[in-house]
Design a protein around this ligand. Structure first.
Ligand SMILES: *[C@@H]1O[C@H](CO)[C@@H](O)[C@H](O)[C@H]1NC(C)=O
Ligand SMILES: *[C@@H]1O[C@H](CO)[C@@H](O)[C@H](O)[C@H]1NC(C)=O
Ligand SMILES: *[C@@H]1O[C@H](CO)[C@@H](O)[C@H](O)[C@H]1NC(C)=O
Ligand SMILES: *[C@@H]1O[C@H](CO)[C@@H](O)[C@H](O)[C@H]1NC(C)=O
Length: 505
């Protein structure tokens, strides 16, 4: 996908462990445990029957999507729906897959959409490991209640898209973001119709390659010119692919990143010297000196990584030799790599083999997912079928900073771009550098260097915020690629800002 030569990493695929880990799942403990479990299930069912009378979105039309329990999730799900929804009304040959969980707090007339990246990675990662009500984190033997669930305050809609991802139905045909955004808006219209939703605010959020999905989809929502039914009200992107990703967000910032985090990389002096020389000779330091300035000096020239200048791959290989469990998505990880229910095959697959959580037949049945689908966290097929494109992903659309991201900022005045400092796949400095090549609100980049701390109760200073002309920037200290997973209390502040509860982070 991203690095045809040396590497093959999806933006947002958690790098999965090659090491087999013994199955830690609790087993049945004999007849008493079973009886107890039955009594509990009965109590739970009764509780649910009472509760469902109050379910806001339950109707004859939505009942087919209702989910009442999930295998190995020992909690009351509450109001919960999932299933396949056509892109074009009545055409079941191309469908996206959604999980919809209305808020457990006071009812709100809004939908917060969450999208993971890849391209081709499932948004169920967000649902089950980042901002859902219950999360099954890497390394945990069972799911836990998420103390920072976004479901606490908003109606969450996680959507697997584009076609070719996760449980979606159909064959990938898209060559551009414009096409997948049109598909998404078709899906969203059908979803809102089925759930009798109108006049809701819509927030679009996501991570990684969704740095392209989110602004393109938000922009397509604006194209509807229907502020009653498609009231786009803001967006958040985490560690997003918004600029000339491979050069500006990976190569240029790589050496300063490694130097600042030398305690994790532990490179020899000779390796550091080799990287320092590349950083100079390939022009990366000059690029930083010229363009990472406040206010921005001018437009950055179009760029491509020259051969011999792939400092990112050189550093990544060295990091893996030094630390076999090095995780490019969270650089402070060491061995052993924790087991991940999303990508490690640790559950019975119903046919005598082993598979991941969402590929289990019982999980698919519970979620109303196509039984024949072969679910993987990131698709094995390409979900974009163009040739090349600015990120070499078969996705030919312009970088988000060129048109769609500025358009969404100008229209909503409420867009947040966040980046975690322990993320090496999209580095904080590179994202900021991309912002300095974006024109919104009538001028280029931020006029001032971000410097205001983000103070989080019980954690202290957890980053840097900066706001200008509708765009909020949030650098997050000690966070890997998946913002809501690695620093959930900070992401909680992001969500509060998005929803207009607070005006600074
Ligand atoms: C979210 O709701 C749960 C359940 O009521 C609660 O335990 C948790 O503290 C809430 N989290 C926040 C950040 O409000
Ligand atoms: C759209 O949402 C905004 C808040 O983001 C609200 O002020 C406005 O009234 C809404 N527009 C419509 C047509 O409901
Ligand atoms: C900077 O923006 C200009 C004009 O919008 C574009 O032509 C150029 O390719 C961009 N450079 C980078 C490095 O993104
Ligand atoms: C990496 O850093 C995060 C944030 O400080 C921390 O929660 C996590 O435990 C660290 N991981 C390791 C393996 O040290």
């Amino acid at each position: 996908m991203f690095f045809s030569s040396v590497l093959h990493i999806a933006l947002l695929a958690a790098a999965s462990a090659a090491v087999a880990v013994p199955n830690p799942l609790p087993s049945e403990l004999g007849p008493f445990a079973k009886l107890n479990a039955q009594a509990k299930t009965k109590a739970k069912l009764e509780e649910r029957d009472d509760a469902s009378a109050k379910y806001r979105f339950l109707s004859d039309a939505t009942q087919q999507y209702q989910v009442t329990s999930l295998p190995d999730v020992p909690f009351t799900l509450g109001e919960f729906y999932s299933g396949s929804m056509p892109i074009k009304t009545g055409d079941t040959s191309r469908e996206l897959f959604f999980v919809f969980q209305p808020t457990i707090g006071a009812p709100v007339d809004e939908i917060t959409i969450w999208l993971n990246g890849g391209p081709g990675c499932s948004s169920l990662e967000g649902f089950f490991q980042e901002n859902g009500l219950y999360v099954w984190r890497e390394g945990d033997p069972a799911p836990i209640q998420n103390p920072w669930s976004w479901v606490n305050v908003t109606n969450m809609l996680w959507v697997e898209q584009p076609v070719g991802t996760g449980y979606t139905t159909g064959t990938p045909t898209a060559k551009t973001e414009e096409e997948i955004a049109r598909d998404f808006v078709g899906f969203l219209g059908n979803f809102m119709k089925a759930f009798s939703i109108s006049n809701f605010k819509i927030y679009v959020t996501g991570e990684s390659y969704a740095g392209r999905y989110v602004p393109y989809i938000a922009s397509a929502i604006l194209d509807k010119k229907d502020p009653v039914n498609f009231n786009l009200s803001g967006a958040i992107v985490y560690d997003p692919c918004i600029g000339q990703f491979d050069y500006v967000q990976q190569q240029v910032p790589a050496y300063p990143f490694i130097k600042a985090n030398s305690n994790f990389f532990k490179f020899s002096t000779s390796t550091m010297n080799r990287l320092a020389n590349l950083h100079q000779s390939c022009g990366y330091q000059r690029f930083l000196d010229t363009y990472l300035t406040f206010p921005a000096k001018g437009l950055q020239p179009p760029v491509r990584t020259q051969s011999g200048c792939n400092i990112f791959n050189t550093a990544y290989s060295a990091a893996q030799s030094a630390n076999p469990c090095f995780n490019v998505y969270e650089i402070n990880q060491t061995c052993p790599t924790p087991q991940d229910v999303m990508s490690d095959n640790i559950f019975p697959d119903g046919a005598g083999g082993q598979t991941n959580y969402f590929d289990r037949p019982d999980v698919k049945a519970a979620l109303h997912a196509p039984a024949s689908s072969q679910w993987t966290e990131c698709s094995n097929q390409n979900v974009f079928v163009g040739r090349g494109g600015p990120e070499n992903e078969g996705d030919l659309s312009a970088d988000s900073i060129q048109y769609v991201l500025p358009r969404v900022i100008d229209a909503t005045k409420r867009v947040l771009v966040a980046n975690g400092d322990y993320d090496m796949i999209i580095m904080t400095q590179g994202t900021l550098l991309s912002i300095q090549n974006m024109t919104w609100g009538g001028s280029l980049g931020f006029s001032q260097k971000p410097a205001t701390p983000i103070n989080i109760p019980a954690q202290g200073n957890m980053g840097i915020q900066h706001y200008e002309r509708g765009l909020m920037w949030g650098e997050t200290y000690e966070s890997g690629h998946m913002g809501p997973q690695y620093q959930p209390a900070v992401a909680w502040r992001h969500l509060a800002w998005l929803r207009g509860e607070i005006e600074s982070l």
